[in-house]
Structures are given as C-alpha cells and as structure tokens.
Write a protein that binds this ligand. Structure first.
Ligand code: GAL
Length: 432
C-alpha cells in the first residue's frame, strides 16, 4: 500500500493499491441506447440520483449541480431520489435495502474512504476508472483523494466536493452580550469552556447540537483536539488505546461540552442546531462546513452576522470528508448515470455545486474566485493542514462500526450509560 504523507493514517478503509491492473468491471452498457433489462426506455433518458440533500441549503447545492447538468445533458431527465436526514441518517439504511433487493438507483452519494469500501467489498458498485480517462479527470483531482476511491487499481466513484468537519460557528452578538470578544479564538478545550460558561451565564444556550450523528461529529472533534492528529489517527489504525487515559480525558471533555447544549437536541437535525446560532438562540455550534451554506442561505455575512474558527485544539488540522457519486451494479439507466457523473466531475459542475454547498471543489480546475471568504480559508487549509478522516462522515470507519459508535454515543448522551461504560462500548465498536 502506498502511504502518502498528508493523508497518512487513512485508516481502516484505506485503499489497497495494485497499480497496473486494467479496469474490467461488470457489464458496461455505455454504448447502449435501449437500456438494460431493468429499464424499459432509453438508458440515457433519465437518471435517478440518490442523495440526502433533500431540503434547505443542501437542496440548494444539489439544485445548482442539476442546473449545470441540465445545460450539459439536456436529454437526460434528472429524477431526484433524495431521502431527508442529515449525514444520510435515514438514506443509508434505505439505500442498503434497495441494493439488497436489486433495486438500485442509477447513482448514489457515498463518502470517500471506509464507507465507499463497504460498497466495493459488497460488489455493489462498478469500476468507473474508464470514465476518468473519458472525461479527462485523472489529473483534475488530488491523488490522495483518488486513492480513497480506489481498490486494486480500480476507481469506484467520482468525488463532488471536500468538506471540513471541525469548524465552530458562532454568533458575535450573543458573544458580545456575554462579555466576550467575538473575534477571539480559543487554543484549547479549557479556554473554550471559560467562554462557554460566560455564554451560559448570559442565559443563552452556549453550544447547540442536534440528533446523534451531530453528537458524533462533536465527539470526533474533541478526540482530535485532545489526542492530536497522530493520536486521533491511531484510533483507527490500532495504535491509540481506546481504553487508555487519554481517551478517558477526551470523553470527559465531550461530556462537559454536552452539558452546555440544548436539551431538545435529540429531536433536531443539523439545520435546526445551526439555525439556533443564526437566530441568536445559541452562542456556538460545531458543524461541518455545510453550515456555511446555511448562513449564506439565511442572507448572513461574516464577520458581522457569524464567525468561524477551527474547533479549539484542532487548528492546523483539516478533518476531512468527501461526497462522491457511484455507478451501482445493475443501475437501470447506466448511460444517464454516466452523464450525471460527467457533470459531477466537471470543473463547471463542481464550481456551481460547491459554491452553494459550503464545501470546496475536489476538481482543482474549478474556478473558485467568487467563493466566500470562509471557503477561501478552507481551500488554504486543505492545501496546508494535516488531513485526517472524519468519523461521522464515512471516511474513518465502515458503516457498521459507525453505527455501533452512534448507538453507544446515544446511550451515553441520554443517560443510559456512564462514562466508563461508554468508553468500553466505543472500544468494542472499533476493536470488534
Ligand atoms: C455529510 C455530507 C455532507 C452534508 C452533511 C449533512 O455526511 O457529506 O455533504 O450533506 O452530511 O447532511
């Protein structure tokens, strides 16, 4: 396996490279015009695109991509197969049952890294290496990212974006009212606790959070802050002891952070938690940078209406995830899917999509000159920082492991387990 420096501990799902193999995936019906057995019409006549970008700023991002798709492929009808629920919390289960009953969509969203590996191992997605040549994409994407989409020299999806998961979003008015400098950033969790205390004392929710997956997103950033990038990476490659004192300390900080959060959290999804910061009902929110799109959609501008900074203790580290699009085995409209994949990978498609989505293009040829100030900081950070894999968003661990971590986290944050029990369950989830 090639080990690259910036994505170094790419973890359990890291691609195994066996360069030199030729793509030989299943049936390639790219030349057909009459569809395959599952389709009654033109294989390029439509494409069902399965995502979880069903509403709000996420749908706005998808709509921007569809706009470019309609220009590039006017004869392929876009069918929106989006299933609501942040981070695919509902979509992934539904997708799995569709795949298992041989009822795949024409293309679906999957995270680069361990999650994609799941679909590859299960034989559920096709090798799309040929499309990289056909669309001229081979040089367009960072090699490290393509490694995460690759197994045995075959590339299994086309990335649409790069998101950062370790960002704090803040409401400057709330902070000022609590006697804090809204331009301040915090070096460590301890520094941040002092600020969180001040916001709490001012009578406003100090830290907004939502349902379980957002709590796991918060957890991963605390692990990263307290263990550092190397220690965090070690959680996924076995070199950091899940039962050790360092992890205990991080879980204590996580518990403390959860103590600052809104009590209605389990009934909310991420847009609600971010909205609390937008509306001045909460001081801070830890959220991936899809939140940037929610601020933009609400007509807010930074720094007057919101500020952002890396989660305290994680400056210089980019907690990475990337969405990508696949060609499922047995897709009813493989030519429609190919058209979609072409737009997804294209410089124009990525510019339009990412500008609206808060993320940054994976295609390095996209024009980002009109991107927001936040997005420009993300582009810089991605090029300079240490990059680690997101836990909550499919990069670090397979779906089954993430499900077990999520269950353990939900038990802990609803009071059904204590910290020691939580730590053991996390260790068991990862170590098996
Ligand atoms: C992530 C996904 C992002 C964003 C977020 C919230 O898993 O990669 O694109 O949609 O969930 O739903």
């Amino acid at each position: 396996m090639r080990v690259n420096t910036r994505f170094a501990a790419a973890a359990a799902g890291a691609a195994v490279l066996a360069l030199g193999l030729t793509a030989c995936g299943g049936d390639d019906s790219s030349d057909t015009s009459s569809g395959d057995g599952g389709s009654s019409g033109d294989s390029a006549g439509e494409v069902e695109v399965f995502t979880w970008w069903a509403a709000g700023s996420e749908k706005a991002g998808l709509d921007a991509l569809v706009g470019v798709f309609n220009e590039q492929h006017p004869d392929t009808e876009f069918i929106n197969g989006a299933v609501a629920g942040g981070a695919g919390s509902a979509a992934k289960d539904l997708l799995q049952s569709r795949l298992q009953t041989n009822d795949p969509p024409d293309t679906f969203q999957a995270h680069a890294g361990a999650e994609l590996q799941d679909y590859i191992s299960a034989g559920q997605i096709e090798d799309v290496s040929d499309l990289y040549d056909e669309f001229g994409l081979t040089e367009a994407f960072p090699a490290d990212l393509v490694d995460r989409l690759t197994v045995d020299g075959k590339i299994y999806s086309i990335p649409s974006n790069i998101h950062r998961a370790n960002v704090v979003w803040a409401n400057p008015t709330v902070l000022e009212d609590a006697g804090l400098d809204p331009a301040a950033t915090y070096d460590s969790m301890d520094d941040w606790f002092t600020a969180l205390d001040a916001v709490e004392e001012s009578g406003v929710t100090a830290l907004s959070v939502a349902t379980t997956w957002t709590q796991v997103n918060l957890l991963e950033t605390v692990l990263l802050a307290d263990l550092g990038a190397e220690g965090y990476n070690g959680l996924w490659d076995g070199s950091t002891d899940w039962e050790g004192a360092e992890v205990t300390g991080a879980l204590e900080d996580f518990e403390k952070l959860m103590g600052y959060t809104n009590t209605d959290r389990d009934g909310l999804d991420w847009p609600d938690a971010t909205q609390q910061v937008i509306d001045g009902q909460a001081g801070f929110n830890v959220m991936g940078d899809w939140a940037e799109a929610a601020f933009a959609e609400a007509g807010k501008s930074s720094p007057a209406d919101y500020t952002y900074f890396p989660v305290p203790g994680t400056d210089g580290v980019f907690d990475f995830l990337a969405d990508s699009f696949t060609l499922p085995v047995g897709a009813p409209h493989p030519d429609g899917a190919k058209n979609w994949l072409e737009t997804v990978g294209s410089a124009d498609g990525q510019a339009a999509f990412n500008k609206a989505k808060g993320s940054i293009p994976a295609n390095t040829e996209s024009d980002t000159s009109d991107f927001s100030e936040y997005q420009k900081t993300a582009i810089d950070s991605f090029s300079q920082d240490t990059i680690v894999s997101s836990l909550a968003h499919g990069a670090a661990v397979p779906v089954a492991t993430l499900n077990d971590i999520s269950d353990a986290t939900s038990k802990f944050t609803t009071g059904a387990s204590d910290l020691a029990g939580y730590q053991s369950e996390l260790a068991a989830a990862v170590n098996g």
